[in-house]
Design a protein around this ligand. Structure first.
Ligand SMILES: [Fe+2]
Length: 476
């Protein structure tokens, strides 16, 4: 944890010195509130330099320090996610949709260099990186084709880590020196949420690298693997719908695609209290679901036939048993665990087989509003695979698996794209992607909220995706 020291000398001459870490930030804020009437507050960083700020400036300094601490924490997490990988693991691109781990480490760094440091005149660290580690923002110049990312052997992994360290040093220096104004700090905030997205992509892409090679090595062998558990029949909650508000409000961080908050009309519907489990997918398979075109969208069935889908991704039939690869290695499919690695096409077909349907994203958000995402099962819980949805009431709406909705990834009514490169980076919509909600067991805790919109192509299977059913009225 980063350490710095804040000395507060209030009017009554009492002196207090606290070590600054995430846990004491609230205490510092309280002290500033308590002594806010004093005209000046001494504010000192760990290098021993002391600055005297007026109350407002002191608040700004605390905000910048808070941001710096979160910056360090999020950036370190990306390195931790990659720690179990070999140098060779970092370089492989197993399919065009997935990127090498080395590229993720560099691209998340590129974001801070191009969108923050370049705006304050910081010289380029290496001009090659502007081209190599851009993702798809054409306003930064020519792009490297996504499918070519695995062929970028230079810079080396060591150089990429040096690039991260150089950018981190400059960002932290600029924050400490109060050289980043409010808009620049907002871009850092955006960059941290962007990096958390890539931390999940790192895991899904590494899983594809390891899970599709002959020996299917484990990413980690120390992950939680308590098996079994019994789950009850699928139950339903009734929601009245009506004229509702959805989307992100004014307060707190949100991506541009969650705004503006707007009204939607929802007819009365029922939502399943849990996502589908492996036993239900096995029943679909046993009933010939993958061979029945009437259950599928036309393009979905064509894709399933062309790709030879007979089961979820990472499943394999061996010696009369269904086995699955997960990040801890290969094991027998656990019938009680929440089903994952299903495409939208499969989710839609399975829903039709059950005589239900997928929820719209407005329905999903209505059901999720007011629930506490932090209590869900996230990547921080060190399982990196869904758990069985045991218990009562609505379960796993947040965490475990991203839930496909039947909503296409379109902008909300009244949406306006942001100006400049940020707008291009943060506001692209498409007709060919479907919205997913709720986050997964590979998502960092704190990253997802009720209004959060993820999106992938309907054929995508390598993300941690599952199925929750809805019906128009009552249970089927
Ligand atoms: Fe990105």
């Amino acid at each position: 944890m980063a350490r710095a020291t804040l000395r507060i000398r209030p009017k009554d001459s009492r002196r207090g010195t606290v070590r600054i870490g995430q846990l004491v930030m609230a205490s510092i804020r309280n002290r500033l509130d308590r002594y806010g009437g004093h005209p000046l507050v001494p504010f000192a960083l760990g290098d021993g330099s002391i600055r005297w700020y007026g109350r407002c400036k002191a608040r700004g300094a605390v905000k910048a320090l808070d941001l710096m601490l979160r910056y360090k924490t999020v950036r370190q997490r990306s390195v931790s996610v990659c720690a179990p990988l070999s140098i060779e693991d970092h370089a492989i691109q197993s399919m065009p949709d997935a990127s090498p781990a080395k590229w993720h480490l560099a691209h998340t760094t590129w974001f801070f260099e191009q969108l923050v440091l370049s705006t304050i005149g910081s010289p380029s660290i290496d001009p090659r990186y502007r081209l190599l580690f851009n993702s798809d923002a054409e306003s930064f110049g020519p792009l490297v084709d996504r499918a070519m990312r695995g062929r970028i052997s230079r810079p080396s992994l060591e150089e990429v880590h040096a690039y991260r360290a150089a950018v981190d040093g400059r960002i932290e220096e600029a924050l400490a020196a109060d050289r980043l104004d409010g808009p620049a700090q907002a871009v850092i905030e955006l960059g941290l949420h962007h990096e958390q997205q890539h931390q999940e992509l790192l895991l899904t892409d590494v899983k594809h690298v390891l899970g599709t090679q002959p020996l299917q090595p484990a990413y980690r062998t120390d992950l939680e693997r308590t098996g079994g558990g019994t789950i009850g029949p699928l139950e339903w909650i009734e929601l009245d719908g009506g004229l509702v508000e959805m989307g992100a409000g004014e307060h707190g961080f949100s991506f541009a695609n969650e705004r503006p908050r707007h009204q939607a009309v929802i007819a009365p519907f029922s939502l399943a209290t849990r996502p589908l489990c492996n036993a239900e997918v096995l029943a679909f398979m046993g009933d010939g679901g993958y061979d029945e075109p009437r259950l599928w969208l036309e393009d979905g069935f064509a894709t399933a036939q062309r790709e030879g889908w007979r089961a979820p991704l990472y499943w394999e039939h061996r010696d009369g048993m269904w086995m699955q690869y997960d990040l801890a290695g290969v094991r027998e499919v656990d019938a009680a665990e929440t089903a994952c690695h299903l495409s939208y096409y499969e989710a839609d077909a399975i829903a039709r087989w059950t005589q239900a349907r997928l929820p719209t994203e407005a329905e999903w958000e209505l059901a999720a509003t007011g629930l506490r995402p932090r209590a869900a099962h996230w990547a921080d819980d060190d399982r990196l695979h869904p758990r069985p949805a045991t218990g009562d009431g609505i379960r796993q709406l947040f965490g475990d698996v991203w839930e496909w909705t039947q909503s296409a990834y379109a902008p909300y009514p009244g949406a306006r794209s942001l100006a400049g490169s940020i707008g291009e980076y943060n506001g692209k919509f498409s007709s060919g992607n479907m919205v997913l909600r709720g986050g997964s067991c590979l998502t960092p805790r704190g990253h997802v909220r009720a209004s959060y919109r993820n999106f992938f192509a309907p054929s995508a299977r390598w993300q941690m995706t599952g199925v929750r059913l809805a019906t128009d009225r009552g249970a089927p």
